[in-house]
Design a protein around this ligand. Sequence first.
Ligand code: ATP
Length: 431
Amino acid sequence: MMIIGIDDTDSRTEGGCTTYLAAVLMEKLQEHGTFADYPLLVRLNPNVKYKTRGNGAIALSIEIEDSRMDAAKKMVLDEVGDQSKLSDENTNPGVVFLSGASEGMRDDLRLFSRRAIQDILRIEDAKRLINTHKIDFHEFKNGRGLIGALAAAGIALNGIPDHTFELIAYRESGRASAGVPRDVDAESIREADLQTYPRTWDTVDIANDTVVCVPHGNDPVLFGIRGEVDGVLDVFNCIMSEPAERAVIFRTNQGTDMHLMRVGPLIDPVKDGCSYILDGTVCDQPHTIHGGHVIFRIVDKSGTTIDCAAFEPTKNFRGTVRKLIAGDIVVVCGSVSNATVHLEKIKVEHLATDYDVTNPVCACGRRMKSAGVGQGYRCRHCGSTASAPDRVLIERDLDVGWYEVPPCARRHIAKPLVRCAGDVHLVHPGR
Ligand code: ATP
């Protein structure tokens, strides 16, 4: 068995897509061996600044005779060389080949893959591991892609703790390179979504009236359907569109929350560039700042605070966040940047009691007036007095439970609540 890890072949400006490269290799490598599994699409730390889009890397596992390995490796490197957008300074492909692994290598790779998903690594971290275990590799330019290539190969080697599937259909190359707008019938997508949800998700965003599964960039992807394997196939068979050149189902860690770390019970050890699950109490009323972003602060049991933000692209999720009040007990999930949690999900664990405080109503039916600072209230009509204001319980327009950003704002790796229904109570999936 040989595992091939590949990353960093595409470009924001010049197009391309590492998953497309994998899809082509799935066809070409068949002459050398048999694939042991679906191709693996691994989403790494979503906060990495070098990413083109979703920080994805791929790994292929192929049963192959030793005598065929060199030819297969050459085929892979030729394809990476041909398809990579090497003129973009941010495209630095890396390829690794694993065949056979000691226990020590498995353990090191397990740790490396986890760190690539949850932390920020350096190219030297990848090279040190490659040297230690004498891993066969090839780098183009500065070889930053070795980080993702090694991480994806490590997941293929050690197994993926949780997974979903994505079926990606690709455009015919002529249309893609000519920049012809994608021709995909939105009605057929909406219908397919209705037929298959919750076996598929994030195909459309009903609340925000948006088709989510069709990209708009200069990459070769026609559409991508996320879900369970039978669901994504059903959607594929329903969508009416321009002809797809090819379509491939990837096993993936998308929709798994593998990036989130629970460091608690305290907020203190968080750092920028990583993603967390944090417990806290809301300490101020959420407020909306310029640009429509909604901000509030939470405090933990030690008194440490951190700001949380529901940014404008999270659309209707901000409406839920605005309903929080000081004293609500919450769990927040998201990545930390500039010491602020970029909210992906929030659990309202306990709702604080909210009162409307008004001047007391007198026995004579009139409302009392303040009698001066610290002197209570007095009825100007009959002279009665009261020491405390009336407090009327306000019914909260918010339920306890989990809330999430809508599909149009979801990160690939974030676990949609529709996948959590069996694990936790009280989920309010965004749809
Ligand atoms: P696409 O999804 O379109 O294939 P992308 O968003 O995956 O593109 P890449 O072109 O692969 O972006 O660039 C991401 C780069 O960041 C790669 O070189 C990868 O090796 C590197 N990288 C991935 N994870 C980490 C990490 N945790 N720390 C540092 N670098 C990382």
